[in-house]
Ligand binder design. Structure first.
Ligand code: HAM
Length: 434
């Protein structure tokens, strides 16, 4: 008896190679879109001195509670947490900054190098309400730099992000802000709280709570009533202490020197508690709807110490790869894996020859696939087409006896006579000629 079908978990998605068999989203994002986003980062980030760091998906829950903040949405209601059989409370990482700081402290990295630049790519987990661009398992690519108090490195990171998104052809605007530090933010927070208490009735239920727990988050609530209140709220800018004001001023000058376009956005407050001074976000200007922030980050100068390490400053960002992949798909760009030649042999002797020819092409670095099914040439060509092959080569008795065959270009229908004994060289010539 056939078993029952089992569906994937809500908020998770399959990313598969071809769209022909997955039709439940628009535009469907294929693995080639993800690969383009990832490979562009893999090539670009090392040019800025970033090395890849890989940390586990499972961490102790206390790391995120202390690192991200108990009162944030992420820690308060979105983490996948469970008790391991030995009684340890563990969580699936909702982000990676806290994990990298944990690794930095655990391995005393500051003793080995004064400045550290790490990048990462991997799945994160947050139990959020699913919508386009927001999932419960999603992928982040990010960078973290430890040891430099800035603001030159802040500007360098924002320039890196700008270069990466531009290389991907993504329409976006770079927003920057400062949140001050432990010296000046408390006075701002108190003034904001006082103002918000006076406007309590106009706020959404969530923000009514936030006034006491995390008033700064009210500033970026999407609710129209809260936005109206936020428009008249005190601004951090007026409360900045001299060092924070100087840091921000130099950051803006640095960005101008590096020719990075940006907008100063006083409402950019971020959803995690660890930020100090610089915050930044890249926001897509079209194509994403409500979930339009494709990357966000900033400085977290107190976090390493908060997590038991030395007093080492840090700064970084993370991007949402699913969102970037949607935009890359909309722009019609992808890293495609397609056979250059698809062999369609018509009988047993031809199959053996096709297998050997495919082996020869692959050894020459040319992607080749062979049909393992016997069927007529028409069906074979359909299969070559579904795989997105560039050329199809039907091998019958005649081709074997003459040593000549027709390479059919599937897009145009044009055919080219080729000699089987020189196939790799002839395919290379034809592929580069058009
Ligand atoms: P974040 O703003 O929480 O920051 O996430 C960064 C990016 O991850 C977001 O801008 C968004 O593109 C993507 N993202 C977040 N949640 C989801 C979701 N549920 N589904 C799809 N994409 C999502 C951080 O995580 C910080 N660790 C960034 C950072 C690094 N700050 C300093 N260093």
């Amino acid at each position: 008896m056939a078993g029952q079908k089992i569906q994937g978990v809500k908020g998770t998605r399959d990313v598969l190679p071809l769209e022909t068999y997955v039709k439940d989203a628009d535009p469907w994002v294929r693995v080639g879109h993800f690969q383009l986003v990832e490979e562009t980062a893999r090539e670009l980030f090392p040019l800025y001195g970033y090395r890849e760091a890989r940390t586990p998906i499972l961490e102790r829950t206390a790391l995120f509670a202390r690192g991200i903040g108990e009162v944030t949405d992420i820690v308060g209601k979105e983490m996948y947490t469970f008790e391991d059989s030995d009684g340890t409370q563990v969580s699936m990482r909702p982000e990676n900054t806290a994990s990298l700081v944990r690794a930095y402290v655990q391995h005393a990295v500051q003793a080995a190098e004064p400045d550290t630049k790490w990048w990462y790519c991997g799945p994160m987990f947050r139990r959020e309400r699913q919508q386009r661009g927001r999932y419960r398992q999603f992928t982040q690519i990010g960078i973290e730099a430890f040891g430099s108090p800035g603001p030159r490195i802040d500007a360098e990171q924002i320039e890196l992000l700008h270069r990466w998104l531009s290389a991907l052809g993504i329409p976006f605007a770079m927003h920057v802000n400062t949140l001050g530090d432990a010296t000046c933010r408390p006075a701002f927070r108190a003034a904001l709280q006082e103002y918000l208490r006076a406007h309590l009735a106009e706020l959404c239920e969530e923000c009514k709570r936030r006034v006491e727990t995390n008033p700064i988050r009210v500033l970026d609530c999407k609710n129209p009533g809260c936005q109206k209140v936020a428009a008249g709220a005190p601004q951090m800018e007026k409360f900045l202490c001299d060092p924070c004001r100087a840091h921000f001023g130099e950051l803006l000058q640095g960005l101008a020197r590096l020719s990075v376009p940006f907008v100063v956005d006083p409402k950019l407050v971020r959803g995690l508690d660890y930020y100090t001074r610089t915050t930044y976000e890249a926001i897509a200007t079209e194509g994403l709807g409500a979930q339009s922030t494709v990357a966000g980050g900033g400085r977290y100068d107190g976090l390493v110490r908060e997590l038991g390490g030395p007093d080492v400053p840090g700064v970084g960002f993370a991007s949402g790869v699913e969102r970037l992949a949607l935009l890359v798909a909309a722009a019609g760009r992808e890293r495609a894996v397609r056979p250059v030649v698809f062999f369609a042999p018509l009988g047993p002797a031809e199959e053996a020859r096709a297998d050997a020819l495919a082996q020869e092409l692959r050894a020459a670095g040319i992607a080749a696939d062979v049909s393992f099914r016997r069927s007529n040439p028409g069906n074979q060509l359909k299969r070559a087409d579904a795989l997105g092959a560039r050329f199809a080569l039907v091998l019958g008795e005649q081709e074997l006896s003459t040593g000549k065959a027709k390479l059919k270009e599937l897009k145009t229908g044009a055919t080219h006579e080729v000699s089987l004994s020189q196939l790799a060289a002839e395919v290379r010539k034809l592929a580069s000629a058009t």
